[in-house]
Design a protein around this ligand. Structure first.
Ligand code: PEP
Ligand code: MG
Length: 607
């Protein structure tokens, strides 16, 4: 078969070269029940019980190996440990044996036990999380039983490009342990939770090639170019030379460029302006580089990601231990915990009802959940216990940390109304009072901040500013609500340019209103693209929080900028592009084109 190229949607950048592997659908059991021989007359209880024992043995061995190869201080270790204990669950085994004793073959027994669990426990939040895990385990066990285990068919030493309509975080971590080099997904945008975790694991991701996926065969060699959103199937030797730096629009600035030995110093522009660079973190693994001198600290820790990965509600003690670990990693550097931002595609077991809807109806329900707006602070106010426990854990972790003198920063996501922020502050105060009453001690400095990611709050900044210690602009959400699109819809991912003058002027309005009154940062994913970060510098942003994989590229860009001339250029360009005369123009002159030319002409981004 000859070489082919598929163009899809870029989700997470980077290049992965490896062999195609189609991940088995999560509904593996159902689809394989049909393949089983008709059971009625031929069931031999002893044979079926032996098949079950043999498969369980393999499953347990597999989970032992996964745990043994995981780093004991990683989040993946905790998840895999949970899987291992479920694999050894005696109650589950007893139910399966009971079904076989009643005359079911082993695959039907698996399906029957799972459906019985679904019926009994679907309304209990705690058990829903267990169900999700048992679903996964059941499918793994079924793979052993039908003798077509994907992991058995593939060479685990080879680099793998996994193709899947949907991947659970646990599957992602599992593949990550087995030389995963890239992912091709159906319905994930770069802000979905699998994509966010993939970014933390530095795995390139592409979506939007569903209709042509049949052109790829299992074991085909692929180059997944996450920067271009392109898949090279059965590449030529010439294709094999593709590297990250070949990106068409040259947005990736190689850290080895002007960075070099210089990367130890804080980021200053050519004309001496200091720009703060912090890390966006989702997992402990993201904090590896936090002690580099040019990194200010952690501007955003998305606390929902570790919650999502375990698929269960961690206890207060569990959360304290986890946050202490994160604080220990950041040491004396500032770290900002964002309260749970769940809802939309960020689904937790405790997010009552929605998990169930998604299981039953797939991606449409995910999209529905993401547009109905029941997320983040709204959910926290409707389920205050969840927030109270999290705040309690933050407070305790800080007091018990090695640097209680470093302020505890807590940031509230998706604030649309001042009243929401006030309500959350009240809840936080309740927890502070409670800790005092219990003589647990309180961190001397607690900073409260809000994210600006809903346009309505921009028009209440005057009222909000006296209430906050800091603000952070979340452009991932702000852009979707500004232009009215769903950030999780791959069809919309290239529709509205972030560099639209209307949107940049909106951000500039925020920057000007906030002024020097409180520290302001920007933590949307877009700032990891040097050209977009350049535009943001030009309209006044001085503190970025960026995924660690992209921070050096932005650093290198900053070192080449003369801020004063950039500001002058941006002002003029935006005004010009917004002038009525421009709307009569038919040509594709966009700010992106112009700014790229400016950046190349001034040696900021190399062509
Ligand atoms: C944002 O919306 O820009 C943001 C940083 O938050 P999240 O991507 O987690 O919604
Ligand atoms: Mg957001």
């Amino acid at each position: 078969m000859s070489r082919m190229i598929l163009d899809g949607i870029h989700v997470i950048g980077g290049i992965g070269k490896g062999f195609a592997h189609f991940h088995q659908s999560p509904h593996y059991v159902q689809s394989h029940v049909a393949l089983q021989p008709n059971s009625d007359a031929s069931i031999n209880i002893t044979v079926e019980r032996n098949r079950l024992q043999e498969a369980l043995l393999k499953l347990r061995y597999e989970s032992d190996c996964l745990v043994e190869t995981a780093d004991p201080i990683s989040t993946s270790y905790e998840i895999l440990n949970t899987y291992r204990s479920l694999a050894y669950d005696r109650g589950w085994e007893r139910h399966l044996i009971h079904e076989i004793n009643q005359g079911a073959d082993v695959i039907s027994a698996l399906e029957n036990v799972l459906s019985a669990m679904r019926q009994r426990f679907s309304k209990e939040a705690f058990w829903q999380s267990r169900l999700h895990e048992f679903d996964d385990l059941t499918n793994r066990l079924a793979r052993y039983l039908v003798h077509s285990i994907p992991k058995k068919d593939i060479d685990l030493e080879r680099p793998l490009v996994v193709i899947a309509p949907f991947l659970s975080p646990a599957d992602l971590i599992d593949y990550h342990h087995h030389n995963l080099v890239a992912l091709i997904l159906s319905d994930n945008s770069y802000t979905s939770h699998v994509a966010i975790i993939a970014k933390s694991l530095q795995v390139p991701v592409i979506a939007g090639v569903d209709s042509m996926i049949h052109l790829i065969k299992e074991n085909d060699f692929l180059i997944v170019d996450g920067n271009e959103g392109r898949i090279h199937i059965r590449p030529t030797p010439e294709d094999m030379t593709i590297t990250v730096s070949s990106r068409k629009n040259k947005e990736i600035v190689r850290p080895s460029g002007s960075g070099g030995n210089d990367t130890k110093k804080p980021a200053t522009t050519l004309d001496g302006h200091l720009i703060r660079l912090s890390i966006n973190a989702n997992l402990p693994e993201d904090l590896t580089d936090v002690h580099n001198d040019f990194i200010d600290g952690v501007g955003l820790f998305r606390t929902e990601v570790p919650f999502m990965m375990t698929n269960e509600l961690p206890s207060v003690e569990g959360q304290v231990a986890f946050y202490k670990r994160i604080l220990a990693q950041s040491g004396e550097k500032p770290l900002c915990f964002r309260t749970l931002d769940i809802g939309g595609d960020k689904v937790l077991s405790l997010h009552n009802g929605v998990q169930h809807i998604i299981d039953k109806r797939g991606k449409h329900a995910i999209h529905q959940a993401s547009v109905n707006g029941w997320r983040a602070v709204r959910l926290s106010l409707d389920r205050p216990m969840l927030l109270r426990q999290q705040i309690r854990a933050f407070l305790r972790a800080k007091v018990q940390s090695e640097h209680p003198e470093v302020p505890l920063s807590i940031m509230i996501p998706m604030v649309a109304e001042i009243t929401e922020f006030l309500a959350i502050r009240k809840i936080i105060q309740l927890e502070v009072n409670r800790e005092k009453m219990l003589h647990h001690g309180i961190a001397p400095r607690i900073h409260f901040g809000a994210m600006i990611e809903i346009p309505s709050i921009v028009y209440q900044l005057e009222q909000l500013l006296p209430l906050v210690d800091f603000l952070s602009i979340g452009t991932n959400d702000l852009q979707q609500f500004f232009f009215a699109f769903d950030r999780d819809a791959p069809e919309m991912s290239n529709r509205f340019d972030f560099l639209a003058p209307s949107f940049l002027m909106f951000i500039k309005q925020i920057v000007q209103t906030v002024g020097q009154r409180v520290p302001l940062s920007l933590c949307g994913e877009v700032a990891s693209q040097p050209l977009c970060a350049l535009a943001l510098l030009g309209i006044g942003i001085r503190h970025f929080s960026i995924a660690p994989s992209h921070i050096e590229g932005v650093y290198a860009m900053i070192k080449r900028v003369n801020l004063e001339s950039l500001k002058t250029y941006m002002d003029a360009a935006c005004q010009h592009l917004l002038s009525p005369a421009m709307f009569m123009h038919n040509g594709p002159i966009t700010l992106r084109h112009r700014l790229m030319n400016f950046a190349v002409d001034h040696g900021i981004i190399t062509s």
